[in-house]
Design a protein around this ligand. Structure first.
Ligand code: M6R
Length: 596
């Protein structure tokens, strides 16, 4: 995915655009660029690498004037990481600049058509093709203004896009449009900020609206006009952004990942607040109320997700089968969409996603929905595409997650899935007191997380001992099999350590598989493996077999992944820092994959 920021108003655009880009840098950090229109002239520059490189380049150029402009931070999809491929891209005349997130699937056909008309291209990107097409159609004398040219061009393209467009010949206009990739318009007083996500808007206004698929927004300093591709005017639904700057600032932390690991106790409190009533043994999930009956009577639940969210889906599968006694299965979104999945009557699909924008998860949800399944979401980003496509759902309420490596979203997803399982269990087979007991334990999970975080220094020291090892193995069973996969993913993602060999990290909490895990530990030890264990406080036997232990408080087995994952997150974090890596911007990884 990439990050887009656009501005039109009365202030100089450059500082606003740079600040917005820095807030969106987690969306892509291969290269960045900016264009503004000042005194009827388009200024444009780009730089490979971080936004800082673009800022340095702008400094060398003496900065850009102009109160309308756009900027982009890129995550390469078409064409290598070069300055020529960075956005913005210009049309043939050099008057129009375009930034784009998504993929224009039929760009080769359009490029051929434009080449036949005599156009040449400077990059390998699909975006430049779109810019040149808009330029080809732009004909102010013939009555085709920028908005009409954008609309006409978008009628020709297939694929996904969120775009922002400016033009030297129309210095008082910014045009934005979307299909499939996220885009929001922040509405200020006499000014607008267009961005891929609210993080780049919130410093300027709390009023915003998401651009809908196939909608084109024309912004001038005097107002806005939103229409569809047939030029039928539509009224945008302006909403209040539920986000404050503090949530997206680093504060005292060196990295977002560490900040977000530490936020977990508070995040899980917020996630569960008002949703569980342990005394009554009740779960109240407002988002599902309308479909409670269908959900409780459902015959099969399909959980679909990618990456970390897939690991929480796996835990969800165990929870639904174990507590609610309902057949459940986990599907990679990327695979589900290309099979011919059988959706029987009474099937419910739950899409799990932090960003709510993962293309494969979205496609799987749509596929299941079209085949008649009730479509539910467990999503963090409010108003995101997946959230809007579901029939109903439960938001995580863990706050924005900016670190590329997902942490608090994982525990939030598991907490929500636990509540969904209990919600169904209580209405199906589970005895009220058993349900109430588990809810009481769930309420205590944030306090227990706090106790785990107190071991941070000890976990750092432990990690130092092993940090030079090139291979690690993570093992866990039952509920903590997915936790082990998540621990391995965390380490791989940010430390680039191959997490399948030795040393061996065992999740050896006091659950039903404890004895089996102890046997597995013995097997590893007898082959010379170095064992690091995540164990339950008070376990006197583990010290005999493990060289190092990270402790978690005692908790019922279904809730243990929410605790066991914390030491693994901290370990991955410290390993990456000790190896000198940029934790929040791991190489070759994007926060969410909004293209296939
Ligand atoms: O936004 P989503 O939860 O849908 O993202 C899914 C995966 O791309 C994501 O979990 C990815 O694996 C993270 N980098 C994990 O740390």
């Amino acid at each position: 995915m990439c990050g887009i920021v656009g501005y039109i108003g009365t202030r100089v655009a450059q500082p606003l655009l740079l600040e917005g880009l820095k807030r969106l840098e987690y969306r892509g950090y291969d290269s960045a660029g900016m264009a503004t229109v000042d005194a009827g002239r388009l200024s444009l520059t780009r730089a490979v690498g971080r936004v800082q490189n673009l800022e340095d380049r702008l400094g060398e150029l003496g900065g850009f004037g102009g109160t309308v402009g756009l900027a982009h931070t890129r995550w390469a999809t078409h064409g290598g990481v070069t300055e020529a491929n960075a956005h913005p891209h210009r049309d043939g005349s050099g008057r129009i600049a375009v930034v784009h997130n998504g993929i224009i699937e039929n760009y080769t056909v359009i490029r051929q058509y434009l080449e036949e008309k005599g156009h040449t291209f400077k990059s390998e990107t699909d975006t430049e093709v779109l810019a040149v097409l808009i330029g080809e159609l732009f004909d102010p004398e013939g009555g085709v203004d920028l908005e009409s040219a954008v609309r006409a061009a978008l009628r020709e393209v297939t694929g996904a896009y969120a775009i922002a467009v400016i033009c030297a010949a129309e210095p008082d206009t910014l045009v934005a449009a979307r299909k499939g990739s996220p885009l929001m318009v922040g509405v200020g007083s006499g000014e607008y900020v267009v961005a891929s996500d609210p993080a780049a808007i919130i410093a300027h206004t709390t009023q915003a609206f998401p651009v809908d698929d196939y909608h084109v927004v024309k912004l001038t300093r005097d107002g806005l006009r939103t229409s569809n591709l047939d030029n039928v005017e539509v009224t945008p639904k302006i909403m209040q952004l539920e986000l404050d700057l503090e949530q997206i600032d680093l504060g005292q932390f060196q990295h977002y990942m560490l900040k977000e690991i530490y936020e977990q106790p508070r995040a899980i409190r917020l996630c569960c607040r008002g949703r569980i009533d342990a005394r009554e043994g009740k779960v109240v999930l407002g988002g599902l109320a309308q479909y409670a009956k269908e959900l409780v009577k459902s015959r099969r639940v399909i959980l679909t997700a990618q990456g970390t969210a897939l690991h929480s889906a796996m835990i969800g599968e165990y929870l639904l089968e174990d507590l609610a006694k309902i057949p459940a299965e986990v599907e990679y979104g990327s695979e589900f969409r290309y099979r011919n999945p059988i959706i029987e009557d009474g099937s419910v699909v739950i899409a799990i996603s932090q960003s709510g924008e993962t293309a494969d998860t979205l496609a799987a949800l749509m596929e299941a929905k079209e085949r008649g399944a009730l479509a539910l979401g467990v999503i963090n980003a409010v108003g995101s595409t997946i959230a809007r496509e579901t029939d109903a759902g439960v938001y995580l309420r863990v706050g924005p997650e900016i670190g590329v490596a997902s942490t608090k979203a994982f525990t939030g997803q598991v907490a929500v899935l636990t509540m969904i399982a209990l919600f169904m269990a209580r209405r199906r087979f589970m005895a009220p007191d058993a349900c109430a007991r588990l809810m009481g334990e769930l309420e205590q999970t944030p306090d227990k997380m706090e106790r785990i975080l107190e071991q941070d220094d000890a976990i750092r020291t432990l990690t130092e001992k092993y940090v030079e090892r090139e291979n690690w193995l993570f093992l866990g069973r039952g509920y903590n099999f997915p936790t082990a996969l998540e621990g391995a993913l965390k380490l791989k993602e940010i430390s680039y350590i191959h997490a399948e060999g030795m040393p061996v990290v065992f999740i050896a909490n006091k659950g039903p598989q404890y004895d089996k895990v102890m046997n597995n530990i013995e097997e590893v030890r007898s082959r010379g493996g170095h064992v690091i264990a995540v164990a339950t406080e008070g376990d006197k036997d583990i010290g005999r077999v493990a060289e190092d232990v990270m402790w978690i408080p005692d908790t019922p087995d279904p809730l243990s992944p929410m605790l066991a994952v914390l030491p693994l997150q901290l370990m991955a974090y410290h390993a990456a820092v000790l190896r000198g890596h940029d934790v929040d911007k791991p190489r070759n990884l994007a926060k969410s994959v909004t293209v296939e």
